[in-house]
Design a protein around this ligand. Structure first.
Ligand SMILES: Nc1nc2c(ncn2[C@@H]2O[C@H](COP(=O)(O)OP(=O)(O)O)[C@@H](O)[C@H]2O)c(=O)[nH]1
Ligand SMILES: [Mg+2]
Length: 396
């Protein structure tokens, strides 16, 4: 299947009737079906194409569950090996900064309203209620006045600060970039706002379909494919499996205490009904990290990828280091005995991933990363590239 650069496409295979249970991980089952459907000669042809593609360029597939940082890594490649972001991407960045920020302030205001933490002292309450009304009328974009209002609420409202504190402690519904954009609310809504690379790295947009980015480094061509990580998107991944020279599997390790994104509405409802503290009943369920481990296991053990090196990026180290010092991981992973020590926790998580691989011939390389940090991504990517080039030279 051809991939078109910077074009989203919806693979036809994912639309077949057999793929309709996309709400759960179906990659493994889908691929074995695919194996059965293909004749031996088709498989041979695919292998030959794979070898040819490998000689020509490195074909790297970015996989992982939703919001783990795949697209952020792809953005870093554009910063490192292309000229950063195109005009269109920058224009989209403006809208994303604003819509991400509006989504955050809406969550905070809603929390205040539904939990009864109302705004502040009597003398400012009326003004804040007026602000809240204006803010709720804007979902995607707004005039500079909106930025000023958000900045004012963020700086002065005890209720908004309390909502932020509670939602951060619970680590549930706020975007990772919430504070980053709240701190620069006024700038973001200015008419002449141009986002920096850092702003764009902090934006969140759910990826749909598959996106190919091509770049060259030190004379070597690389094709990198980014995918959507949500449950409904995963059945599309296999359209990119052919010709894959390496997998970059991204897992957000700061997710060790979070419920899967797809289940967050449930948590929000629980939070609305009771106080934030009581919504901890979610501890007994699978966490996003557990889900990431399951998806990793399904991918890493496909016979399709037996010979394909996997680079596992344990991402969001910045958030993880901050979190592990205050939220005991053993509550969510009873086997863990390392307390609040980041090193012990990383070691434990690494071993959980390693233990999930079986009968593979190619190596599993594990790195810790902070994808919003360009140097961090450059460092691990260069290490991966060295391994891949050595492999390419060794075999051809
Ligand atoms: N603090 C922090 N935020 C990150 C990191 N990696 C990604 N993010 C943020 O997490 C959100 C989701 O990232 P994204 O790359 O879109 O995830 P994807 O769904 O896997 O493509 C974005 O707002 C990113 O800025 C990280 O290492 N640290
Ligand atoms: Mg994405």
């Amino acid at each position: 299947m051809d991939l078109h650069e910077n074009v989203t496409f919806e693979p036809t295979m994912a639309k077949q009737g057999s793929m309709k249970t996309a709400s759960q991980l179906r990659v493994s089952a889908s691929v074995s079906r695919l194996h059965h459907q293909r004749s031996q000669s088709q498989m041979k042809q695919a292998l030959q194409q794979h070898a040819q593609a490998k000689r020509d360029h490195l074909n790297v597939l970015l996989l992982g569950t939703g919001a783990c940082g795949k697209s952020t890594i792809m953005k870093q490649m554009k910063i490192l090996y292309r000229d950063g972001f195109s005009k269109d991407e920058t224009a989209e960045g403006v809208l994303l900064c604003r819509s991400n920020l509006l989504s955050t302030i809406h969550t905070l205001v809603n929390w205040c309203l539904t939990t009864g933490h109302h705004f502040d002292k009597a003398e400012t309450r009326k003004e804040l209620q007026d602000h809240e009304k204006i803010i709720m009328e804007h979902t995607d974009d707004g005039p500079p006045e909106i930025g000023e209002i958000i900045a004012k609420m963020w700086e002065h409202s005890v209720g908004i600060k309390e909502a932020f504190r509670q939602l951060t402690v619970e680590g549930t519904t706020l975007m990772d970039s919430a504070k980053y954009f709240l701190d620069k609310a006024e700038d973001v809504f200015k008419a002449d706002f141009v986002p920096t690379h850092e702003d764009i790295l902090f934006t969140r947009k759910v990826t749909k379909g598959l996106h190919l980015t091509k770049f060259a480094m030190d004379g070597n061509k690389v094709h990198m494919i980014d995918v959507g990580g949500q449950r409904g998107e995963r059945s599309k991944w296999m359209a990119a499996f052919d010709h894959c020279t390496a997998i970059m599997f991204v897992a957000a390790i700061s997710d060790y205490n979070l419920r899967p994104e797809e289940e967050m509405e449930e948590v929000l409802d629980a939070g609305r009904r009771s106080s934030a503290r009581n919504s901890k009943s979610s501890n007994k369920s699978k966490t996003r990290l557990d889900e990431s481990l399951d998806v990793f296991e399904a991918i890493a053990n496909l016979s399709f990828f037996k010979e394909v090196p996997i680079f596992l990026f344990l991402n969001k180290m910045d958030l993880f280091e901050e979190k592990i010092a205050r939220i005991d991981m053993s509550i969510y992973s009873p086997g863990y005995k390392g307390g609040f020590d980041a090193k012990a926790a990383v070691k434990y998580i690494k071993s959980r991933f390693s233990r999930r691989t079986k009968n593979r011939n190619a190596e599993l390389y594990i790195h810790t990363t902070t994808a919003i940090n360009t140097q961090s991504v450059e460092f691990v990517w260069k290490a991966a590239r060295d391994v891949l080039l050595e492999d390419k030279l060794g075999k051809f």
